[in-house]
Design a protein around this ligand. Structure first.
Ligand SMILES: *Cc1c(COP(=O)(O)O)cnc(C)c1O
Length: 377
């Protein structure tokens, strides 16, 4: 290969926007507006416009965004919050940290969306909220989830860390950006996310004015007025340098999503005839922004495929290898033989190929050739 293949290539991406980014970062430094600079306000406002939502509150990272969102709902210790068992740990971690109980539910095998049937089984009188995760870049079934939540009087906090920019399409044909459908939406600007900064960052979205006020206050030490603290909050800010980078990258987000889709279409076309592989499911009620291009490998060959690719200098990812309820830190939330069949199966089957905005034709051809050669042997 002429060039090393990366899971995510942020260096090539930077080179394309280098002059603009360097000027913007330098401006923050020269004006010493590191914290609460005008870049942060500008970013919050541009992101609200892009998402068509009432309020965007920037914060320090995606995990904080989830924590602050849950704090704003005023839940009591012991209240239950439903999460998919097949997700990144942050989703459940913040629930546990706040003394709430994460209740883990299975996901659909094809779309990875939280199972509606599982929601029905999991809901109790203590359930207060659901945190659907738009895994790998495609929306959960938000129309059904919102309907379920409204029937049971539950809050919905969307974990949109992997799907920023994707649209959910309602049965009426109406579209909304993911993260703006539930009561609160959360995202992360971790560098490798679809809209990533050059360090840590996150944001919280809501259309509810009261929740927006609470969220802003909680993220800022629980104060509405400086040195007067109404509630116990935290200190979670997006710094101005990160906002300056995000202002530039937000303008390119749709273009970046299009590049990812083009690569996903190519992978689909080249790999769909391999019998032991299942290409990513395209849910008709959502556009896909391909945070990950995740295949499912049948017949227990996933780990061997991973080894074959690694041996040929192709990185790949297993997101995620272990269900939440089997993690040492979270296993005490379930009974001893607790098991969710789709989640268990996915942990054995999934493998994500390199996916980013700057893949060359030579690289993508090499990747599919190596995947094919594994199954041909
Ligand atoms: C990345 C991610 C988070 C956490 O974001 P950080 O900015 O790393 O704290 C939360 N949930 C999901 C699904 C993620 O992918």
């Amino acid at each position: 290969m002429e060039q090393k293949i990366h899971m995510v290539d942020l260096i090539s991406q930077y080179k394309d926007i280098k002059s603009e980014v360097d000027i913007a970062i330098n401006k923050v430094i020269e004006e010493a507006s590191f914290i609460k600079g005008p870049q942060v306000k500008e970013f919050e406002s541009s992101l609200s416009d892009y998402l068509n939502c009432g309020h965007t509150i920037a914060c320090a990272n995606g995990t904080d965004a989830l924590q602050i969102a849950l704090m704003a709902l005023g839940l009591k210790p012991g209240d239950e919050v439903i999460v998919p068992a097949f997700t990144y740990v942050a989703t459940a971690e913040v629930i546990a940290l706040l003394g709430l109980k994460p209740v883990m539910v299975d996901v659909e095998l094809d779309s990875f969306s939280i199972l509606l049937d599982g929601l029905e089984k999991a809901v109790t009188t203590k359930t207060k909220a659901i945190v659907p995760v738009h895994l790998f870049g495609q929306s959960s079934n938000m129309e059904a989830i919102m309907k379920f939540a409204s029937t049971h009087n539950l809050y919905v906090v969307e974990d949109n860390a992997q799907a920023i920019g994707s649209d959910f399409i309602f049965e009426s044909g109406e579209r909304s950006k993911t993260g703006t459908i539930g009561h609160i939406g959360c995202t992360s600007f971790f560098p490798s996310k679809n809209l990533g900064c050059y360090g840590d960052g996150g944001a919280i979205f809501t259309n509810d004015d009261h929740l927006a006020t609470q969220i802003r206050m909680i993220a800022n030490h629980g104060q509405k007025k400086k040195y007067y603290h109404s509630v116990v909050g935290c200190n979670s800010r997006l710094d101005s340098i990160q906002a300056a980078v995000l202002n530039i990258k937000l303008k390119k987000l749709d273009e970046y999503c299009a590049h990812r889709n083009k690569l996903a279409d190519y992978y689909d076309g080249q790999l769909s005839d391999i019998e032991e592989l299942i290409i990513p499911y395209r849910y008709k009620q959502s556009t896909h922004v391909f945070h990950q291009y995740t295949l499912r490998v049948a017949n227990g060959k996933r780990d061997a495929l991973k080894e074959h690719l690694s041996a040929n200098n192709i990185p790949c990812g297993i997101y995620y290898p272990l269900p939440l309820y089997k993690q040492e830190a979270y296993s005490h939330y379930v009974t001893q033989n607790f098991s969710l069949s789709n989640t268990e199966q996915l942990c054995e089957e999934v493998i994500s190929l390199p996916m980013h905005t700057h893949m060359t034709e030579g690289q993508r051809e090499y990747i599919v050739a190596e995947v094919r050669s594994f199954f041909d042997d």
